[in-house]
Design a binder for this molecule. Structure first.
Ligand code: AP5
Ligand code: MG
Length: 213
């Protein structure tokens, strides 16, 4: 099963993608997590990506597409995957489509996690992320068992550099301009499913499971 998560920054794509990956035993692939791991490790890719991410801008398609295509070609992706944060532009979606086409394959579901802009800023300021395993928490809604420590891997939790309110506003603008058109793109392909992302994360997940079966 090949799944794409769509939605604004902070809609809960990562939260739901992790739950999908666990239930259906497929890899969770987040381009944002890949970039953050590279930033943490001080790679050239990380240095370049950071200059865009800190401003709330998208990393250029040339860089992003290559990383993603390399990742989905790995053996653990043979039975499918859940993509979180990719594609984010029409050109990225077209490249993915073409690559899958050449393999006689296609995306099965594009899940649009719908959350209005008003709810987003509050979610982002409360988010704490684990840069080691990619787990995400919220100070109020989804707190870790021990304050400041990841439940899964025990590493320290941090406020992401791009979660400052000013940067979040830029990310929302970029989302509406460059990523929202993908809703039309996947509707036209007949694979778009929208879920109300404002509800409790367990209820959002139940709606997604009802779609995926
Ligand atoms: P990325 O890491 O993908 O960030 P994003 O799309 O902005 O999305 P977020 O990770 O911020 O939000 P999310 O939807 O995953 O929400 P989460 O589950 O954490 O990308 C970062 C940057 O990398 C981009 O800005 C860009 O520069 C670059 N980049 C990445 N991919 C790229 C690409 N393909 N092309 C170009 N550039 C790219 O939830 C948010 C918070 O809410 C958490 O605290 C969570 O605990 C809480 N929460 C979740 N669900 C609920 C709920 N139902 N109720 C209450 N709280 C909830
Ligand atoms: Mg995320």
């Amino acid at each position: 099963m090949k799944i794409i998560m769509l939605g604004a920054p902070g809609a809960g794509k990562g939260t739901q993608a992790k739950m999908i990956a666990d239930k259906y035993q497929i890899p969770h692939i987040s381009t944002g997590d890949i970039f953050r791991a590279n930033i943490k490790n001080g790679t050239e890719l990380g240095k370049e990506a950071k200059t865009y991410m800190d401003k709330g801008l998208l990393v250029p398609d040339e860089l992003t597409v290559k990383i993603l295509l390399d990742r989905v070609a790995q053996a653990d992706c043979a039975n499918g995957y859940v993509l979180d944060g990719f594609p984010r532009t029409i050109p990225q979606a077209e490249v993915l489509d073409k690559a899958l086409n050449e393999l006689g394959d296609k995306i099965d579901y594009a899940i649009n996690v719908d959350v209005p802009d008003e709810n987003i800023i509050n979610r982002m300021s409360g988010r704490r992320a684990c840069l080691s395993c990619g787990a995400t928490y919220h100070l109020v809604h989804i707190p870790p068992k021990t304050e400041g420590v990841c439940d899964t891997c025990g590493q320290a939790l941090v406020l992401r550099d791009d979660d400052k309110p000013e940067t979040v506003k830029n990310r929302l603008n970029v989302y509406h301009e460059q990523t929202q058109p993908l809703i039309e793109f996947y509707t036209a392909k007949g694979v778009l499913k929208t879920v109300d992302g404002t509800r409790d994360m367990k209820d959002v997940f139940a709606s997604i499971v009802a779609i995926l079966g």
